[in-house]
Unconditional design. Structure first.
Length: 265
């Protein structure tokens, strides 16, 4: 009898004692969010469109850009924050929260790593999420490093000033190009990749390092590796199983196959 890939993966998940998952922009795209690389002038509100006739959004994700024009960079990131607040977790996010509950209910360990900054996983019910690239939902003082969660409305002025240190500014608590990933997040990811039985890569291009390397680390440590993505990636030929399709469709079906229809309740 031929075993379908989703059935094979479901069996592995059901038997696993330690599961690690990494997610990328693909899962959030299904909630209507786009990465800054995918933004176009047409996506922007009228008062911001002229800025993007002169600037590539990808060049804004650097400390140098913030130092050069903190007002413009702050406005860009605050616009993205408003988009995250308006978005809702999709079935893929909710399925991962259900998977965590199912694994932990049988005494197992579950670690969710994400490259996303939108906190949709937490809103879907996931706990202990390791945010490799920080989060746009918190901002921090450029002098003291103290963090705050802004109100669910746009800042009144740009750049926003810090409430912690006179004369200081707030910046989004994300990892910009040229900055190091949070040491605690890196350590948690390395530990999960080194000890898991099953490692899943979901909605990520598998080209951004060091995050992309955790999948390969898990493979070298003899974990069963799975990719869930709409398109093939550099990891597709490397993993043990590939489930093609949207995470919103694949993940709920996978959780039900592994733990029964009630697991998604």
């Amino acid at each position: 009898m031929t075993v379908r890939p989703i059935e094979l993966v479901a069996r592995r998940l059901a038997a696993a004692k330690r599961v690690a998952v990494i997610t990328g922009a693909g899962i959030s795209a299904e909630s209507g969010l786009r990465t800054f690389r995918g933004a176009t002038t047409a996506d922007l509100p009228p008062d911001m469109q002229s800025l993007w006739k002169e600037f590539d959004p990808a060049t804004l994700a650097t400390p140098e850009a913030f130092a050069r024009d903190p007002a413009m960079v702050s406005k860009w990131y605050d616009w993205r924050r408003m988009g995250c607040l308006a978005a809702e977790p999709n079935p893929g996010h909710r399925a991962l929260a259900a998977l965590q509950r199912a694994v932990e209910a049988k005494g197992g360990e579950f670690v969710l790593l994400t490259q996303n900054v939108d906190r949709l996983h937490q809103r879907a019910g996931s706990i202990g999420v390791v945010e490799l690239h920080g989060t746009i939902m918190e901002w921090r003082c450029t002098t003291s490093g103290e963090r705050m969660t802004p109100p669910e409305s746009a800042f009144r002025t740009y750049p926003p000033t810090s409430p912690f240190t006179p004369g200081a500014l707030l910046r989004p608590d994300v990892v910009w190009f040229g900055e190091m990933l949070p040491p605690a997040a890196l350590a948690a990811a390395a530990s999960a990749a080194g000890s898991c039985d099953v490692f899943m890569s979901i909605g990520t291009s598998a080209v951004v390092y060091p995050a992309a390397g955790f999948l390969f680390d898990a493979k070298r440590n003899e974990a069963f590796t799975i990719e869930v993505n709409l398109e093939a990636t550099p990891a597709s030929e490397f993993v043990d199983a590939t489930l093609g399709g949207s995470s919103s469709a694949v993940l709920p079906a996978l959780v039900r196959a592994a733990f029964g229809p009630g697991a998604m309740a």
